[in-house]
Write a protein that binds this ligand. Structure first.
Ligand SMILES: [Zn+2]
Length: 159
């Protein structure tokens, strides 16, 4: 069973899925779904489209440098069938995917470290900027007088 990679989003294409385009110079482009094919026809660059693997790799969103990727490398030398080797490979696949998942989670955790603080800051900023939208509902005691008075003056000027 040959698993191909989508030219646009780099996801795996299983047999019987997707579409294949052969350009007149015999270069083959494979697409996992019509979404990717359409984006290709629109001449979009996968490196500039945010949901593709190429973009995520380029912008440090995904783990790129890891020893677990070494196993998946394409080799030109065909391996002679050996029952023991196959057995070991099947065992190794499970272990490797487990290791990779753990590492990917760790990578994601590292990336999201400052996220909560940033979000809180953004929320506070938004609240400060658009507090006039809820102005009349806020009790006087909740806000400092200095902040509320100039906002009310703005309202009168608009009316
Ligand atoms: Zn795709």
């Amino acid at each position: 069973m040959r698993l191909e990679k989508c030219w646009f989003c780099s996801s795996t294409i299983y047999p019987g899925h997707g579409i294949q385009f052969v350009r007149n110079d015999a270069k083959i482009f494979r697409f996992c779904r019509s979404k990717c094919h359409k984006n290709f026809k629109m001449k979009r660059n996968p490196r500039k489209v945010k949901w593709t693997k190429a973009y995520r790799r380029l912008h440090g969103k995904d783990m790129t440098q890891d020893s677990t990727f070494e196993f998946e490398r394409k080799r030109n030398r065909p391996e002679r069938y050996d029952r023991n080797v196959t057995e070991n490979v099947l065992k190794a696949i499970k272990k490797i995917s487990k290791v990779r998942h753990a590492r990917e989670e760790e990578h994601h955790r590292q990336r999201m470290k400052g996220n909560k603080v940033m979000k809180l800051k953004e929320d506070a900023k938004e609240l400060e900027q658009s507090i006039h939208l809820v102005g009349p509902l806020v009790k006087k005691d909740d806000m400092k007088k200095e902040k509320i008075i100039p906002l009310r003056e703005d309202h009168r000027m608009e009316e």
